[in-house]
Design a protein around this ligand. Structure first.
Ligand SMILES: NC(=O)c1ccc[n+]([C@@H]2O[C@H](COP(=O)([O-])OP(=O)(O)OC[C@H]3O[C@@H](n4cnc5c(N)ncnc54)[C@H](OP(=O)(O)O)[C@@H]3O)[C@@H](O)[C@H]2O)c1
Length: 281
């Protein structure tokens, strides 16, 4: 499994991790087995959130990683409505208790909300000083909000921006990825399979993925993940509650595509126009 430095942190993190959204709806034994198999196969970045199953997914993750905490790069997220200074501190304590751990490797603001970002960041910095989190980051932030966060926190403080990124949704390539690379912020791609909208093998794009996959003895999903990882700042966190899915996803960790193959995928799934952005204030 290929490892990359996670933004400005000292952590080397696998390029493929494991998401957990909606795992409360899955068979818990299968989901725990999938997460543990994922760890065995090197997908040690586990992403969760207080939102998921109203905390029950953090409990499930806690069960999956019990006895193995030190192997895991554990990430959770605070909901915007809880992200006041005191609310963030309290939410973190609850996440730690549900996860059965004394620290998070990274703690993210799930999306920006009504609480001043200064207060959320002050809480993140306090949690980091106290050793309850080892780094902090953001999620669903566009460039204007990233600029504001960087102005508040100073350089080298934002570990990552976790954002939507899959073959059919490449908007972050226009400005978010370049901004994150300029400022040394990791980009974590969520919903890398489009959450159920993965291209069918007989669609035009699916046929191109299939041809490339066949050349590598790989699968369409492995090729898709590898395309997303072609920039050095990017990590992906597919969610799998089936162990065989976890095994397939881990197989993308060492796949390498040629420039020509990347260009064919780029052509088959065009990134589309630049989204309209508000000016930076
Ligand atoms: N920050 C945010 O706002 C945000 C938003 C959305 C997601 N996320 C994070 O990103 C993670 C991933 O995104 P996601 O859950 O939305 O979608 P996703 O990873 O794109 O897709 C998950 C779906 O793909 C299936 N799947 C996984 N591997 C497969 C394989 N090898 N073959 C066939 N099907 C496969 C899963 O099935 P099974 O589960 O049945 O295996 C599940 O139904 C989330 O779980 C969450 O941790 C963050």
């Amino acid at each position: 499994m290929e490892l990359r430095r996670f933004g400005p942190t000292e952590h080397m993190v696998p390029v493929i991790g494991q998401g957990t959204w909606h795992m409360e709806d899955d068979d818990p034994d299968r989901a725990i087995a999938a997460l543990r198999l994922g760890l065995d196969l090197g997908m040690t970045h586990i992403d969760t959130a207080e939102l998921y199953g109203s905390g029950s997914v953090e409990e499930l993750v806690g069960e999956a990683i019990a006895e193995r905490r030190d192997e895991v790069f554990l990430v959770s997220k605070v909901l915007p409505e809880n992200a006041s200074r005191a609310g963030t501190l309290a939410a973190c304590e609850k996440s730690l208790a549900r996860l059965g751990t004394d620290r998070l490797d990274s703690y993210l603001l799930h999306w920006s909300g009504e609480h001043p970002l200064e207060d959320t960041i002050a809480a993140f910095e306090q949690l980091e000083r106290e050793g309850k989190i080892l780094s902090w980051g953001l999620s669903n932030f566009d460039v204007p909000d990233l600029e504001i966060a960087r102005r508040i926190a100073g350089p080298g403080r934002i570990a990552c921006n976790q954002v939507l990124y899959h073959l059919q949704e490449r908007a972050i390539e226009h400005a978010v990825i370049p901004w994150c690379e300029k400022h040394g912020v990791a980009v974590t791609a969520y919903s890398p399979f489009g959450f159920g909208r993965f291209p069918g093998p007989r669609s035009k794009g699916g046929r191109i993925l299939a041809t490339i996959a066949a050349a590598h003895g790989a699968t369409l999903r492995q090729v898709a993940l590898r395309f997303l990882l072609r920039r050095p700042s990017v990590f992906a966190i597919p969610k799998a509650s089936q162990p065989e899915h976890a095994a397939e996803n881990a197989g993308a960790g060492d796949l390498r595509l040629t420039r020509e193959e990347l260009a064919r995928i780029d052509d088959a799934f065009p990134r589309g126009p630049r989204p309209r952005e508000l000016p930076v204030m």
